[in-house]
Write a protein that binds this ligand. Structure first.
Ligand code: NAI
Length: 336
C-alpha cells in the first residue's frame, strides 16, 4: 500500500482535503496518508511555514497531495509553493483541463499544458540599476534558459504524449523576438520532435498566436509545452475554457517527488461556510492515483465526478448550485 504525504493546508484546504480523502477511500484505493503541516497553520503551531518533518515525509513518500497554502503576508516570507518546487526540483508543471460543465460555452475541451517550472524569467535573478541619483532608475529580470532545463521539460512532454495516447505536442514560444533564450527552446524542440516522428505530431507556434487560437479554436491543440511564465499565463487561460479555477488541477513533477494540488488558493473569503468546491483538488487526486498506477480507481472517481456535475443537484455555489462541500461529496460517493 503506497504512503502519500497529505498537506491539508490553509483556509478551505482542510475541508476540501477531507472531502477528497473520503472520496478516494470510497473508491477502494488503498493509501496510507501521512498528514503533515505546511503554510500558515504550520507557522501558527510550530513557528515555521515549512517544517522539516514535512519535507522529510515527502522525501520518503515521494508523493504528496496538497491543499492550498496561504502565503503569510509580511517581509521575509517567500511563497511556500515555490519553496516546495525548489526543494524537490519539481521541474514539470502539468495542468490538464477537460470540459465537465454541460452548459459551459466551450464543450469537449481536452487539453494538457506542460509548463517548465524552474527557469525562464521566474528564475529570480532580478536587480535594480542605479543611474545618477536614482537607485531604482531601471530594473532587470534575467530570463535563464539552459539546455539541461529545456531538454528535460521537452522530453517530459513527448513522453507524456506517448504514455497518454496524445496525438500532438505544440511548442509555444517567442523565438521571433527572444532569439537566444526562446530560440534555444525551439531548436531543441524541433530536434527532439524528430525522435518521435510517426508517434507524436509536432508543431511550434508563437505564444501570442497560440493565445488567440486557444480562444478561437481550442480543438486544434492537444498537449502544449512552454516555458515558465508563458505557461503560467496560458494555464489560467485554458482553465477558463472549462469554467475557471474551481475545476483546474495541477501536478508538479520532479525526478524524486511529485506534488499534486488544486490550482486555486486558500479562498479566505469562504472559509468555514461549507461551500468550497472540492473538485479541483479531487481532480489533482485523480492525477495522483494515475501517477501511483491506480488507474481503475482514478477512472471511477473521474466518472463519478462527471456524473455528479452533469446532474447538477448538489453543485457548490461557484458552479452555480446551492449545494455544500458535504452534499457534493456525499452525492459523488453515491455515484462511485
Ligand atoms: P483564491 O484562489 O484563494 O480565491 C480566488 C476566488 O476564488 C475567491 O473568491 C475564492 O472564494 C474562490 N475560490 C477559490 N477556490 C475555490 C473553491 N475550491 N471553491 C469555491 N470557490 C473558490 O485566490 P486568492 O484569494 O488570490 O488567494 C488566497 C490565498 O491563497 C493567498 O494567500 C495566496 O497566496 C494563496 N494561494 C495559494 C495557492 C496554492 O497553494 N497553490 C495558489 C493561489 C493562491
Amino acid at each position: 500500500m503506497p504512503t502519500v504525504t497529505l498537506l491539508p493546508g490553509d483556509g478551505i484546504g482542510p475541508s476540501i482535503t477531507e472531502s477528497v480523502v473520503r472520496i478516494i477511500e470510497a473508491s477502494g484505493a488503498r493509501i496510507e496518508w501521512d498528514r503533515r503541516l505546511a503554510g500558515v497553520s504550520a507557522l501558527e503551531s510550530v513557528s515555521t511555514p515549512l517544517p522539516d518533518d514535512t519535507l522529510e515525509s515527502i522525501r520518503a513518500t515521494r508523493v504528496a497531495l496538497k491543499g492550498p497554502l496561504t502565503t503569510p503576508v509580511g517581509v521575509g516570507f517567500r511563497s511556500i509553493n515555490v519553496a516546495l518546487r525548489k526543494e524537490f526540483d519539481l521541474y514539470a508543471n502539468v495542468r490538464p483541463v477537460r470540459t465537465l460543465l454541460p452548459t459551459y460555452r466551450y464543450q469537449d475541451i481536452d487539453l494538457v499544458l506542460i509548463r517548465e517550472n524552474t527557469e525562464g524569467l521566474y528564475s529570480g535573478v532580478e536587480h535594480y540599476v542605479g543611474i545618477g541619483g536614482d537607485p531604482r532608475a531601471a530594473a532587470e529580470s534575467v530570463m535563464i534558459v539552459t539546455r539541461f532545463g529545456v531538454e528535460r521539460i521537452l522530453r517530459y512532454a513527448f513522453e507524456y504524449a506517448v504514455a497518454n495516447g496524445r496525438r500532438k505536442v505544440t511548442l509555444a514560444h517567442k523565438a521571433n523576438i527572444l532569439k537566444y533564450t526562446q530560440g534555444l527552446f525551439l531548436d531543441i524542440g524541433r530536434q527532439m520532435a524528430e525522435e518521435y516522428k510517426g508517434r507524436v505530431e509536432f508543431e511550434d507556434r508563437i505564444i501570442d498566436a497560440t493565445a488567440m487560437l486557444l480562444v478561437m479554436d481550442p480543438y486544434r491543440f492537444d498537449v502544449i509545452v512552454t516555458e515558465n511564465m508563458f505557461g503560467d499565463i496560458l494555464s489560467d487561460q485554458i482553465a477558463g475554457l472549462v469554467g475557471g479555477l474551481g475545476l483546474a488541477p495541477g501536478g508538479n513533477i520532479g525526478r524524486d517527488a511529485a506534488i499534486f494540488e488544486a490550482v486555486h488558493g486558500s479562498a479566505p473569503d469562504i472559509v468555514g461556510r461549507n461551500i468550497a468546491n472540492p473538485s479541483a483538488l479531487l481532480l489533482a487526486g485523480v492525477m495522483m492515483l494515475h501517477h501511483l498506477e491506480m488507474h481503475d480507481e482514478a477512472e471511477r472517481i473521474q466518472a463519478a465526478l462527471e456524473q455528479t456535475i452533469r446532474e447538477g443537484d448538489s453543485l457548490t455555489p461557484d458552479l452555480g448550485g446551492k449545494g455544500t462541500t458535504d452534499s457534493f461529496t456525499d452525492a459523488l460517493i453515491r455515484h462511485l
